[in-house]
Unconditional design. Structure first.
Length: 424
């Protein structure tokens, strides 16, 4: 039977309502991030119109050859696919587990209290909405038992018009550079749109929150949550979003949304449920719901996708190091002189004090050398030497035959003290 009872012991009074396990619901719909178009029986058209440049010099007698620009019209579609929810149960199980509501006489569903009916129906609707939330995002159309229709993310990945910068897995070192790349990839005409949202997984948002918390001059303390925004764009953390995937799109509940969902019957499609006996002479009842659903996007060229699934993040390079470590901080809005900071040559917009300079030099020196790392190490070491000629300066050189880095301590040469010379 569909109604499974694991414990039928009765002791004292029970709650007047069943306690059910909480689910995340349908975050895309509940949050107003997609446009839901109800009542689609067969197909719904999403018309798209584009125009080219038209301005030109004035001509007294314009002719056909002076025509410039055009109107390009095409369509995308919402074609809802059939879905069904169906389950059977025997209401007699309530004889043991729902004692306060045991009816007199023949135990049939119509005699059960409405509280019990409402609770079961509400739980069924909630589970269906939860499943639809995952399908709206990750669904794949196919012959499998759960392959009903393509979800929004599935369509974005398959759309060749979507902007797709080179991506890797998202870590503490790569998160901020990834967001910076995504932002610069947004078409300039859309960057001021208030409808743009950044969609990511809850795991990736936790990484972003930890990075902001660890920053010495920015972010909140450990007792609070950082704002779900990046450069003014709201971040939408979704439970059904796969890790290492971020996409940016205009998502609203209005017709100006770039993300659409089509369903059949009512707007609240999960409540279209039929309840009846399985057979006139039997005791089994069934819950049944029939519906249709589909998703699509309107303009793929207005969406930016970062898909780093299965692509390992590279070794920490200077850009990732700057973003992830507290020894460097971009306090551009502060008075740098108050902290003894000075610009770092080769790292535009970043500042560091003497201690930070030394730590950065040591880090770059100890990592696997690349041409970029070697060049930046020499620059940082030179800056440190100029600022503090008495301190130890770390320099690095690459030995062609063996991957090995030698450290030259020249403190004795600077001070003239032979006792401080390194042992040979």
């Amino acid at each position: 039977m569909a109604l499974i009872v694991n414990n039928t012991a009765y002791s004292g009074e029970v709650l007047e309502r069943l306690l059910v396990r909480a689910t995340t619901g349908n975050e895309l719909v509940d949050g107003g991030h997609v446009r839901v178009q109800p009542g689609i029986k067969k197909k719904f058209t999403l018309p798209r119109l584009r125009t080219g440049e038209m301005l030109q010099r004035r001509v007294e007698m314009p002719g056909r050859t002076d025509s410039k620009g055009n109107f390009e019209y095409d369509e995308k579609y919402l074609e809802p696919q059939d879905l069904m929810a169906y389950t059977e149960f025997n209401p007699r199980v309530f004889e043991n587990i729902w004692k306060p509501f045991q009816p007199d006489g023949e135990l049939v569903f119509r005699e059960l209290p409405s509280d019990v009916q409402d609770q079961l129906l509400a739980e069924m609707a909630k589970v269906i909405q939860f499943e639809l939330g995952d399908l709206y995002l990750n669904g794949v159309k196919g012959a499998g038992a759960k392959d009903f229709f393509d979800g929004i993310l599935t369509r974005i990945v398959a759309d060749s018009a979507v902007i797709k910068p080179a991506a890797t897995e998202l870590t503490m070192e790569t998160m901020l550079p990834a967001l910076r790349t995504i932002k610069t990839s947004i078409p300039k005409a859309l960057r001021n749109s208030r409808k743009l949202k950044i969609f990511m997984s809850i795991e990736d948002f936790d990484i972003y929150d930890a990075i902001l918390t660890d920053k010495p001059f920015k972010g909140v303390d450990y007792a609070n949550m950082n704002s779900g925004r990046y450069k003014g764009y709201p971040i939408v953390a979704l439970a059904d979003m796969p890790k290492d995937v971020i996409f940016v799109a205009e998502g609203t509940s209005g017709i100006d949304s770039n993300l659409w969902v089509g369903v059949d019957y009512a707007e609240d499609s999960a409540n279209v449920i039929k309840i009846d006996r399985v057979a006139p002479n039997g005791e089994l009842f069934f819950f049944k719901m029939l519906m249709k659903a589909d998703t699509n996007t309107v303009y793929g060229e207005d969406i930016v996708l970062w898909d780093g699934r299965g692509i390992p993040a590279p070794a920490i390079e200077p850009a990732g190091f700057m973003a992830a470590n507290a020894m460097l901080t971009d306090v551009l809005e502060s008075d740098n002189s108050l902290y003894g900071l000075q610009p770092i040559e080769g790292f535009e917009g970043l500042y560091a004090n003497e201690s930070m300079m030394n730590m950065l030099a040591e880090f770059l020196k100890g990592s696997k050398e690349t041409p970029v790392a070697t060049q930046q190490t020499e620059k940082v070491a030179t800056q440190t030497k100029k600022a503090t000629p008495v301190k130890t300066v770390a320099k690095a050189k690459v030995v062609p035959a063996v991957e090995k880095t030698e450290t030259i301590e020249d403190q004795s040469a600077l001070t003239g003290d032979e006792n401080n010379a390194p042992e040979q």
